[in-house]
Structures are given as structure tokens and as C-alpha cells.
Design a protein around this ligand. Structure first.
Ligand SMILES: Cc1cc2nc3c(=O)[nH]c(=O)nc-3n(C[C@H](O)[C@H](O)[C@H](O)COP(=O)(O)OP(=O)(O)OC[C@H]3O[C@@H](n4cnc5c(N)ncnc54)[C@H](O)[C@@H]3O)c2cc1C
Length: 409
């Protein structure tokens, strides 16, 4: 908690009222810690409601330590997806290799939770203690001596001491503040996430299927009786993520038209869904994470891609550190600098992907596909393990961890 002196200092700087733009893992975790440190928080989310789509995310390393500090460990454990491991199958659904949960390199981790469940748990913690604005976004930001004047798309405006961008990889506000400084490092892959009804072919095992055309389907069981589906496909960068939903759906349907396996079932689900998370798989490289009274956290600042398997970790850790430094430092500039100094080396290490990603796991030729499937069928082979490792992100990677400061005031 802030001391009285410290609070006075912050009030002098008008630094208590903070706008967090983006109501997902990073934004909600930040809201939690800011409130706990005594700040007044508004969370603004572009969608009319929380976005609850997506597959399993794993909560581990520093994120797990922070979740424990938040007293949420039991709730997260209780929402475990109950996935028992991953099976690699061919387009006839023959099992080529299987990596159970307790296998050191399995993609299925100890603490797995649906992204949407985690968002809900975080939201429950802050919904009555922060102001929430849904269906709104920032139109302009004008920095002033004692705060930031924010204009919203609806025409409303408001002054805040600080604005934190937690809008994910495709953040629009980021461009308003940081312009062309932000670089996307595109990995040559698009991903589309959706939820579909369970079928008799689903079990507690996740299934990975490499299909023709450099397409990968990843189907994962959840604890809600539905199946979380992801379609990856390799492609040159085409701006698909900016297309309207109907065009994204048409594109996906065309891509998976003749690829076999469970494509017809997945196509039917694509037609029905209105929560499709369609993204180019890219890393965000930003030379600065703050400018004036605005800072960025989570995927908006340092997206490492799902391939790195650390998106939740970076988002939760960044939020914890930024809130802690804002509470610890008298001047917001010092807080922003300290946040970046502590967090950047960690984010940079996490962004280092193994060589060959994603060509290795998403071959586009028939030969490449056959070779990959052959290697998978040699379960336990060095090659199969190395491919799985890409997505398991390792259960023990001590050198990637970060020393978490203890923010007690
Ligand atoms: C619907 C959805 C499904 C996902 N599924 C997966 C998955 O299956 N596997 C995986 O590894 N990762 C997934 N992700 C990404 C994952 O959540 C992040 O990599 C990670 O948790 C970091 O979270 P974040 O809060 O920084 O970003 P995100 O989780 O991407 O959240 C950003 C939030 O900001 C909101 N937003 C965007 N633009 C604006 C704006 N201009 N103004 C206000 N709000 C805005 C978005 O609606 C979203 O709620 C998904 C993200 C979303 C939004």
C-alpha cells in the first residue's frame, strides 16, 4: 500500500488515475495490482464484452509465483482443462506419436487453464474495484503537463495521469503513440482460434494433425464440454488479420477445403462462430515501451508468439512489475524506466526461438509433410522431440526466469 507521503506526492503529480486500455490477461492483472497499490483504475475494452475465446494457456514460472501472491492459485488449479497429453495424428487419424502430460517435453503443462477462464478469474477480482468501459477505444491521446487528455471513439473525453496500453499484438493505440517505431517480426504463419462442439473423435488428448498445404490443426479438450480449435497455416504476409470477420472465415474455408482429416467439421464451426481470433504469428519488437505518460505491457509491447509458450507469463510478470514500480517510485518516469530495465532482458530472452521455426513444424511440401509425419511416428526420436519441444516451451528453463521484486509498502 502507498504511504500517506507517497500518495500526496502522487496526487501532486495527478498520478493516481490510470487508464488501462485492453481487458485481457495483461490489462486485468495490471488493474489488480494497481488497485492493490492504491491507484484509481479504469479498464477499457474494445469488445462489447470480455473476449473469452482461445485455447489452453499455461501458467508457470514467474506468472505462477505472482498468481500465488494474488491468492488465485486454487481457483486456477480448479479450472484445469484436464488435458492428458498430446497425440500427433495423420490425416487418417492414425496416432503417430503421443506425449503424455507427465512427459518432460509434452505440450500439456502442469497448470493449464483456458485463456477465457483465466480472463474471467482475473475479472472477478477487479470488476467491483475498477471502472470498466466496454465497446470503446481510444481515438486520440494528447499529452499535457499534468496528465493525458484522452478522446474516445464515442466522442467522450477524459483526463488521466497515465495511460497503459494492454491491447495485445494488434494494438491500435500503440500506433498513435509510438508510430512506426514498432516492428512486427512475422514468422510466416497465421493462426485462427475458435471453439467448437465436442465430437466422438475428441478425448482428453489434444490432437495435432499436419495436413497438406502447410496447414496444422490443433484440437484441445476443455473443461466446458467443447473443443478448442486452432488452425495454423503458413503464408507470406498478406494482412489477413485486418480483414473483416466474414472475409477471414471465407479465407479459412478455402484454405482447408480439400485437406482431409476433420476439416469438414472444423469448416462448419468456422461458419457458425462469431469469436474468431485470427492473427499473424509475429513477435513485437519495440525499442521503447514507454513514451511520456504512456506505457505498454503484454503482447502489445513484447509479444513472443504462442510458439514461445510464454505469452501469459510475460503479460502477468510485466503487469506485476509495472504496477509495483509505479507504487515504489515517486515519479512515473522513474517507474517506467525501472519497469523496462527489469523486464526487457527477460522478454528478449523469451523471444529467442529455436532456429528453423516455424518451417520445421509446418512443412509446405508433400515430401516435407511425409517426412515430418514419419518422424512423428518414430515417437521418442530426437527429431519428434525437438518439434514437440517448440510447443512445450520447456518445463524447466531456469535461465529464462526473472527475479521478481517483492513490492511491499
Ligand atoms: C480472443 C483471444 C484468443 C486468444 N487465444 C490464444 C490461444 O489460444 N493461445 C495463445 O497462446 N494465445 C492466445 N491469445 C493471446 C494471449 O491472450 C496473449 O498472447 C497473452 O495472454 C498476452 O495477453 P495480452 O493481455 O497482452 O493480450 P490479449 O490477450 O491479446 O488481449 C488484448 C485485449 O485488448 C483488447 N483490445 C485490442 N485492441 C484494443 C483497443 N484499441 N482498445 C481497447 N481494447 C483493445 C482485445 O479485445 C483484448 O481483450 C488470445 C487472445 C485473444 C484476444
Amino acid at each position: 500500500m502507498l504511504s500517506v507521503n507517497h500518495l500526496n506526492e502522487l496526487q501532486l503529480m495527478n498520478a493516481k488515475k490510470i487508464l488501462v486500455s485492453g481487458g485481457s490477461i495483461a490489462g486485468l492483472t495490471l488493474a489488480y495490482w494497481l488497485i492493490r497499490h492504491g491507484f484509481e483504475v479504469t479498464v477499457m475494452e474494445r469488445s462489447p464484452e470480455l473476449r473469452l475465446g482461445g485455447q489452453n494457456i499455461d501458467v508457470k514460472g514467474p506468472a505462477w509465483e505472482i498468481i500465488k501472491k494474488m491468492g488465485l492459485a486454487e481457483k486456477i488449479r480448479a479450472a484445469n482443462t484436464t488435458e492428458v497429453g498430446i497425440r500427433f495424428v495423420d490425416t487418417k487419424d492414425n496416432i503417430l506419436a503421443a506425449f503424455p502430460k507427465d512427459n518432460a517435453i509434452s505440450m500439456t503443462q502442469e497448470i493449464e487453464i483456458l485463456r477465457g477462464d483465466m480472463v474471467n478469474i482475473l475479472y472477478e477480482e477487479v470488476k467491483d474495484r475498477a471502472t470498466f468501459i466496454f465497446g470503446e477505444q481510444i481515438k486520440s491521446i494528447v499529452e499535457q503537463k499534468d496528465g493525458v487528455e484522452v478522446k474516445f471513439n464515442s466522442g467522450a473525453d477524459e483526463k488521466y495521469a497515465l495511460v497503459i496500453i494492454a491491447e495485445g499484438i494488434g494494438s491500435g493505440t500503440r500506433h498513435l503513440v509510438f508510430g512506426n517505431e514498432i516492428k512486427y517480426h512475422y514468422l510466416g504463419l497465421y493462426s485462427a482460434y475458435l471453439t467448437m462442439e465436442k465430437s466422438h473423435t475428441d478425448s482428453r488428448w489434444a490432437r495435432w494433425c499436419n495436413a497438406p498445404g502447410a496447414i496444422v490443426f490443433l484440437l484441445r479438450p476443455d473443461n466446458h464440454g467443447t473443443t478448442r480449435t486452432c488452425i495454423f497455416f503458413r503464408s507470406p504476409e498478406r494482412g489477413y488479420e485486418k480483414l473483416p470477420l466474414a472475409e477471414q472465415k471465407a479465407l479459412l474455408l478455402e484454405k482447408i477445403k480439400h485437406v482431409g482429416w476433420e476439416a469438414p467439421r472444423i469448416a462448419a464451426a468456422i461458419q457458425q462462430t462469431d469469436d474468431l481470433y485470427f492473427e499473424r504469428v509475429s513477435q513485437i519488437k519495440a525499442p521503447h515501451w514507454h513514451k511520456g505518460r504512456v506505457a505498454m505491457i503484454g503482447d502489445a509491447a513484447y509479444c513472443a508468439t504462442p510458439i514461445a509458450g510464454k505469452g501469459t507469463d510475460l503479460a502477468v510478470t510485466g503487469a506485476y512489475i509495472l504496477a509495483g514500480e509505479l507504487a515504489r517510485n515517486k515519479a512515473y518516469k522513474d517507474a517506467f524506466n525501472a519497469y523496462e530495465r527489469l523486464m526487457r532482458p527477460y522478454a528478449t530472452r523469451v523471444q529467442k526461438l529455436p532456429p528453423g521455426v516455424p518451417r520445421l513444424a509446418y512443412p509446405d511440401s508433400k515430401l516435407g509433410l511425409n517426412i515430418l509425419n514419419l518422424f512423428f511416428s518414430l515417437a521418442g526420436s530426437k527429431f519428434a522431440r525437438s518439434v514437440v519441444k517448440l510447443f512445450s516451451s520447456g518445463k524447466k528453463q531456469p535461465k529464462e526466469e526473472i527475479q521478481l521484486p517483492d513490492y511491499k509498502f
